[in-house]
Every structure is written in structure tokens, then in C-alpha cells.
Design a protein around this ligand. Structure first.
Ligand code: HEM
Length: 413
């Protein structure tokens, strides 16, 4: 039977919605409440930090259904968009600006933009970057081994590998990576004061603005330069949209991959059998990476807006209601992955939704897979004696970030 109610109607004291984001009990697991919700109230009202109430979607089947439903919009300018952090009006404007490219667009506008970019993100393109990624990983490990012990795997590997890859991809000087690393981290962390987040965001914006102007004047042979050339033939992006798209690629491509390297390495260092399997058979890294992507689901949940009434999972979502799609909960749904709470690097987890699903499914997924496979394979093969300093549960996990991760992974060898 359908519960005919808007999430706002449920906001009274007798029906106070759960707060969102929800707390994790175990640092490697999504919030435990997701499990109860999947079983009992798979689509439930939650209150996000700015006080708004939205529908949280927790089951795999419902998540995939809504991500392919044309009545579900990604409009980043909609006032009801349920953001999972407290934001200033300026941050809302920044989110809206980035949303003018790809991630915030619906079908009609999204399709042409995505088609113009997709040739840059094919499997073949990602494979062409393999030698560059391998060299970056080897150099990062050389530098770590030459330095003092204990070393921090986040500093030594998790940050430099994605930042070298994304700067190479976009044709940015590698020397400029420090700003990207700082700005991406500040933008995603709720513990960073609003003023500082704003300043780093403005600094990154000014930098990207100059970079795009230089490439517009003289298109280089890289993703951005080639996009600018294609855009001259079929104009789709104005200058500000190119700036927004570049900011999106930098932030989306950096912190997510960095978090997966850090969490995946910490987990593999605590799990001898799986580590040995990857070293013994390099082909094992492929499925292992899929399983770790599923298990960690570093992007827990993203917002959407209903543009029409939708009946799903026993509730009626009204036009204009905010929706939070939980990729992390979907990836832990036993209906889609047998014994989902257990890591099984031998299983086929390719149908996970850690990269999203539907039209916005991650454009950088081939690249992220290459980076993760090369890092795990190379690190544990080259440094077989690598071990964590201290207990994995004692690591400083990022509980204040929109992208889950860990700040430091101290290791010795
Ligand atoms: C482990 C690494 C990564 C994870 C877990 C991840 C996750 C995601 C997710 C969940 C989405 C869906 C967003 C939505 O539905 O609203 C997405 C979209 C996107 N990702 Fe990734 N991502 C990763 C790496 C990358 C990389 C390396 C790049 C680029 C260099 C990238 C660029 C993008 C872009 C541009 C979109 C928007 C696509 C669109 O709207 O058409 N991501 N990513």
C-alpha cells in the first residue's frame, strides 16, 4: 500500500525524521541503520543539515530504478536539492555553477555534452595512460622507500597518483597540483571553516579560469585543448561552463580515487590472504578493485529532485521533493550481492553502483580502475614487507567529508 505523504508532512515531532548523514559504527562499513531501513522502510524521510527533509533511498533495485527515471532530476540549482552538508549561499552558487556541466544536467542537455567528452574517457584512452600511471606509482614508491619510516601512504601514494593522473589528463602543469589537492580537500570537508573553503574555491576558480583562457588562445593536445577545438565546431560550452567542467573533473577525479587508494591499501594491509592473492596473480587485481569499490562506496549518497509524482517502494514521492540516493546502501544490499557485508575479492561485483548508474554514471571510471589496479598490484609486489603501524581501527577516518576516506595511513616495511 502506498503511503501518501510528502517527506515534509512527516516532519512533525511524532514523526521526526532521522538525521542525515547517518553515523558509522564501524569505520569500514556504511552506517548500520541502512541495513534496518533496507529491510523495513527502504524509502524513508531524513533531515539534511540545512533542515530540509528528503527521501532517502536504500535498496539496490529502487536506487537503480530512480537513477534511470526521467522524472528524477539532477538540477543543482533547485532550492529543494538536499545537500548532505551545511552550506553558505556562496557554496550553493558554486555547486550550481559546477552543475551547469554534466553532473547537474538532465537528459536533453546532458546527452550532447557527454557525447562531446566521452571519446576522452574510453577504456582505450585509460589504457593509453597506463605507462604514465605506472611510472607515477613507481616513482612515488621509490620516494617513499628512500624516505624515513614510518611513512604515510596517503602522502606518499594516495594523493600523488590521482593528482598526477588528472593533471596529465587535463594538460595542467604538475607543479600546480598543490592547489588542486588543497582545494579539493577543503571543498569536501565540513570541518574546514566556511571562509577558508570559500577562499580556496575562489583560488582554484581563478586558476582554472586562467588555464582555460590560455587553452582557448592556444588549444593544447590534451582533454581540455581537444574539447575546446571540438567546441568551436559545435558550440555547447561557454567559457564559464568550461571552467565549471574543469573544476568538476578536478574535484570528482581526485578525492574519490585518493580515498579508494588509502582505504583499499589500509584494508589490504590488514587482510593478508587477499593481499597475497593480488601479488600471486596480477589479474586478480581487476575483480578485487570492483569488490573494494563496492565495499567502501566512498561516495555514500547524492541528491536528486522529483519533477513529477513517483510511486515507488510503497511511498509516493511528490513533484519537487528532494531525494537522496544512497550508493553505499545499495552496494550493501544482500538482494544484489550475496553476503554483502563480507569482502570477497573473487566475486563478480561489476554491477555495483559505486560509480553511480544511469546517464550520470562516472565518466572517469575506466581511469579510476586503471589507477587502483596499478597501485595495489605494484605496492604489494614491490614492498612485500609493508605493514600498518598500529591498529586499523585507530586510523583517522574522515567522518566530516562528502567523500569517505582516511587522513593518514602510517606504514613501515
Ligand atoms: C574511485 C574513483 C571514483 C568514484 C568512486 C567516482 C564516483 C562517481 C559517482 C558515484 C558518480 C555519479 C554522480 C551522480 O550520479 O550524480 C560520478 C560521476 C562523475 N565522475 Fe566519478 N568517481 C571516481 C573517479 C572519477 C575520475 C577519475 C573522474 C575524472 C577524471 C571522474 C569524473 C566524474 C564526472 C565528470 C562525473 C559526472 C558524469 C556525468 O554527470 O555525466 N570520476 N563519479
Amino acid at each position: 500500500m502506498t503511503q501518501d505523504m510528502t517527506p515534509v508532512a512527516l516532519a512533525g515531532p511524532e514523526h521526526e525524521p532521522f538525521g542525515f548523514p547517518m553515523q558509522r559504527d564501524c569505520p569500514f562499513h556504511p552506517p548500520a541503520r541502512y541495513e534496518t531501513l533496507r529491510a523495513e522502510r527502504p524509502i524513508v524521510p531524513v533531515r539534511v543539515p540545512d533542515g530540509q527533509v528528503a527521501w532517502l533511498v536504500t535498496r539496490y533495485a529502487d536506487v537503480r530504478a530512480l537513477l534511470t527515471d526521467p522524472r528524477v532530476s539532477s538540477d543543482r540549482t533547485h532550492p529543494n536539492l538536499p545537500l548532505t552538508e551545511s552550506v553558505t549561499p556562496q557554496t550553493r552558487r558554486n555547486i550550481a555553477e559546477v552543475g551547469r556541466s554534466l553532473i547537474g544536467l538532465d537528459r536533453a542537455e546532458h546527452g550532447p555534452q557527454r557525447r562531446m567528452l566521452i571519446t576522452e574517457f574510453t577504456l582505450r584512452r585509460a589504457q593509453e595512460l597506463r605507462p604514465h600511471i605506472q611510472q607515477t606509482v613507481d616513482r612515488a614508491i621509490d620516494a617513499m622507500l628512500a624516505g624515513p619510516q614510518p611513512a604515510d601512504l596517503v602522502d606518499a601514494l594516495a594523493v600523488p597518483v590521482p593528482s598526477a593522473t588528472v593533471t596529465k589528463l587535463l594538460g595542467m602543469p604538475y607543479e600546480d597540483r598543490e592547489l588542486i589537492e588543497r582545494a579539493a580537500n577543503a571543498q569536501l570537508r565540513q570541518s574546514v571553516p566556511a571562509q577558508e573553503r570559500q577562499e580556496t574555491s575562489a583560488e582554484l576558480h581563478a586558476y582554472v579560469d586562467r588555464l582555460i583562457s590560455a587553452k582557448e588562445a592556444n588549444p593544447t593536445d590534451d582533454v581540455l585543448g581537444r574539447l575546446i577545438r571540438r567546441n568551436r565546431q559545435t558550440p555547447l560550452f561557454d567559457h564559464e561552463m568550461l571552467v565549471g567542467l574543469t573544476m568538476l573533473l578536478l574535484v570528482a577525479g581526485f578525492e574519490t580515487t585518493a580515498s579508494m587508494i588509502a582505504l583499499g591499501s589500509a584494508w589490504l594491509l590488514s587482510n593478508e590472504r587477499e593481499r597475497a592473492a593480488i601479488v600471486a596473480d596480477p589479474a586478480a587485481a581487476g575483480p578485487a578493485v570492483e569488490e573494494l569499490l563496492r565495499y567502501f562506496s566512498v561516495v555514500d549518497a547524492l541528491p536528486r529532485i522529483a519533477t513529477d509524482d513517483i510511486e515507488i517502494g510503497g511511498v509516493r514521492i511528490r513533484a519537487g521533493d528532494g531525494i537522496l540516493i544512497s550508493f553505499a546502501s545499495a552496494n550493501w544490499d544482500d538482494a544484489a550481492f550475496a553476503d554483502a557485508a563480507t569482502v570477497d575479492i573473487g566475486r563478480n561485483a561489476r554491477h555495483h553502483v559505486a560509480f553511480g548508474y544511469g546517464i550520470h554514471q562516472c565518466i572517469g571510471q575506466n581511469l579510476a580502475r586503471e589507477e587502483l589496479q596499478i597501485v595495489f598490484r605494484t605496492l604489494f609486489t614491490r614492498v612485500p614487507t609493508l605493514r600498518l603501524v598500529g591498529d586499523v581501527a585507530g586510523l583517522p577516518f574522515k567522518n566530516d567529508s562528502n567523500i569517505y576516506g582516511v587522513d593518514r595511513v602510517p606504514v613501515t616495511w
